[in-house]
Design a protein. Structure first.
Length: 302
């Protein structure tokens, strides 16, 4: 029955001419209702915005740090190389071409045994011996997490005598990346729970203070969304304002991370500040509006 009514209402709306001036008046009225709700909340607004700013600052700091740590991990991964020692009487160029075909291999460099022996003799005093060293390939992998896969593929080649790489360093890089990403994910969950709880309590107070007014509007046949919209916008306002305030401490975090990148000569992630800013605004508004919507569904039967 309700579906049939909604369908009839939707069909009828098609034949009602649009009055854009009326639509603008409604939008203006909804904006004023939002402003009045915020005004009624009083000094509590400052507490909520400050709390939101603190939550978003923690999230932003972790998110921005995670981006920098990923950049450092990627840079360290780029210097990781697999040393492949070839069997005697093996053509290094053939093996190089074969290894280059493997997935995740970024580059392959041949180190002739004559060059390795000459370098070793320069570093150490050695007796006049025949060259015991093999031809070597230095294989670079695109990402640290793919090094084990590439290592296993190369190991299956019959022309390979032995292999080595900084396995412990590669594992530490992978662990660091995993830990940072996990912490950032947990921060997002905790941030969402705290934000929804704070907004939920605030909007509940607004609903209680406007209980009679809302009841009158409902009896007059006012649209449900006309009642809901200002409350949802109030939650979004808290998230937006909290994100703006959070930029103040995050500015110092950004400067510190940039100096660290410069000190270690590691490139700063591209558009890092812009990505963090947009994500903070999106998260603040989404959780703020979402908290309001949950509260409306729970405490306001419209």
């Amino acid at each position: 029955m309700n579906n049939q009514k909604a369908k009839i209402k939707s069909e009828a709306k098609k034949y009602i001419p649009k009055d854009w001036l009326c639509e603008l008046r409604i939008l203006y009225r909804l904006s004023m209702e939002t402003f009045n709700d915020i005004k009624r909340t009083g000094i509590v607004n400052l507490v909520i915005i400050t709390t939101m700013a603190a939550i978003l600052t923690i999230f932003g700091a972790f998110f921005r740090s995670a981006m920098s740590i990923s950049a450092f991990a990627h840079e360290l991964g780029n210097v990781l190389e697999i040393s492949v020692y070839l069997k005697s009487n093996t053509d290094p160029n053939i093996v190089k071409n074969r290894v280059s075909e493997f997935e995740h291999v970024e580059s392959v460099k041949i180190i002739p045994k004559e060059q390795s022996w000459a370098d070793l003799k320069r570093e150490m005093k050695l007796p006049d011996l025949s060259n015991p060293l093999p031809d070597t390939l230095h294989v670079k992998v695109d990402k640290p997490e793919n090094i084990d896969t590439v290592f296993a593929n190369i190991k299956n080649l019959t022309s390979v005598e032995d292999m080595s790489y900084a396995q412990q360093l590669a594992k530490k890089i992978q662990t660091l990346n995993h830990v940072v990403n996990t912490i950032t994910f947990l921060v997002i969950i905790i941030m969402g729970m705290l934000t929804v709880t704070i907004i939920n309590n605030t909007i509940q107070l607004v609903i209680q203070s406007r209980k009679d007014e809302i009841e009158i509007m409902r009896l007059m046949g006012v649209s449900n969304w006309y009642i809901r919209f200002p409350l949802i916008m109030q939650g979004a306002f808290y998230g937006f304002s909290g994100a703006i305030v959070a930029f103040i401490p995050l500015h110092f975090v950004e400067n510190g991370l940039i100096q660290m990148h410069q000190f270690f000569m590691v490139p700063t992630p591209i558009y890092a500040q812009t990505i963090v800013a947009l994500t903070m605004f999106a998260m603040g508004i989404m959780f703020g509006a979402g908290g309001s919507f949950i509260c409306i569904k729970k405490h306001l039967q419209v």
